[in-house]
Ligand binder design. Structure first.
Ligand code: ZN
Length: 344
């Protein structure tokens, strides 16, 4: 496990300061060459998938702040709820319609053409999205368009001829029907394969928190299978339960009052943690803004991204660190040292 601690603005946590330039993982900030306008559009576009801009009710000032400060839009990072919403929107727009043009803008699938085939449906599997297309004439099997938003991807849906709200060079795929255009921007993964390939692509995932076949007992079994693993890492592992991202793992640890590095075997009530995971994602799947506190205003989260404002419950300074299984998997970790005392 890799742990990199730092305390923004005030000094080191755990006696270590992050190396210069490593305070925020690469790729989170706007690229150095990007203009202010581009950064602003990116940030607003990140507010939610499917082209909805800033969440309803957010003031202009809040929207500007989110736009101008890259750190402020982290709470929009795609998680299972975001992808579930994207799948629902895409399903509504595309299901039952014939594709009249497809344009895959990644080298591996640049010559792939699924035009003339009908979209059967769109589903999410954890943080993965599958657009299922019926077989064409003479084909024995349908197709799956598999995408993953990773950190910055999103899908937009447009009417025919409508102007895109993101730069065309960021588009990775365009799917066009007689009435709609679905455009996937900056997708972290984009692949096309025969339907039978789905098992290989997403079969390794644990029970899907928002899937029709959610299995709490199996999720619990998988989580507990490596008892010495820190719960904050086990929750992010999509092989245990699919759909939890960085925001939820921080908020879930807070809600059950455990330090994120507590070994799974020391969690007093693992069943409650699994149940809470399910309930949080269900509650948020139809919201454009993620809320874990029950407060829809300025304080939707207890600790995530609150290192400058303090724990919402007790006001203690929130600790912000980078933790991951490997250097490449480092993710922001937030916790309250008072509400979530360290183990041992
Ligand atoms: Zn606290």
């Amino acid at each position: 496990m890799v742990w990199r601690g730092f305390w923004l603005g005030l000094g080191a946590v755990l006696g270590r300061r992050a190396a210069p330039g490593r305070r925020v993982p690469q790729g989170r900030r706007a690229a150095p060459g990007q203009s202010c306008a581009l950064r602003r559009r990116d940030a607003l576009g990140q507010s939610c998938a499917l082209g909805r801009r800033a969440a309803p009710g957010r003031s202009c000032a809040l929207r500007r702040r989110a736009a101008l400060h890259p750190r402020a839009w982290r709470c929009a990072v795609p998680e299972g709820d975001t992808v579930w919403r994207a799948a629902r929107g895409l399903h509504t727009a595309l299901a039952g319609a014939e594709l009249i043009r497809t344009d895959f803008r990644v080298p591996r699938f640049a010559t792939t053409d699924l035009s003339g085939r009908t979209v059967e449906g769109v589903v999410s599997r954890g943080k993965h999205l599958l657009i299922r297309v019926a077989p064409g004439p003479g084909e024995s099997e349908g197709w799956s368009i598999h995408s993953h938003l990773k950190m910055e991807g999103l899908w937009h849906i447009y009417g025919r001829g409508e102007r895109w709200r993101r730069p065309a060079f960021k588009a990775r795929v365009v799917l066009e029907t007689a009435e709609k255009q679905a455009v996937g921007f900056e997708l972290g993964i984009l692949r096309v394969f025969p339907r039978s390939g789905e098992e290989e692509a997403v079969g390794y995932l644990g029970p899907d928190l928002l899937g029709p076949d959610w299995d709490a007992a199996e999720a619990l079994r998988r989580l507990a299978s490596v008892p010495e693993r820190p719960v904050g890492l086990a929750l992010l592992d999509q092989r245990n339960l699919a759909g939890i991202g960085n925001v939820y793992r921080c908020e879930l640890c807070f809600l059950v009052g455990v330090h994120p590095l507590t070994p799974v075997q020391d969690i007093p009530n693992l069943e409650r943690l699994v149940d809470l995971s399910k309930r949080l994602l269900e509650a948020n799947k139809t919201r454009s803004r993620r809320i874990t506190t029950g407060l829809a205003g300025r304080d939707p989260l207890w600790v995530y991204n609150r290192e400058k404002r303090g724990c919402l419950r007790c006001g203690t300074k929130v600790v912000h660190e980078l933790v991951g299984d490997t250097e490449l998997e480092l993710r922001d970790l937030y916790y309250c040292p008072h509400c979530q005392p360290p183990v041992g």
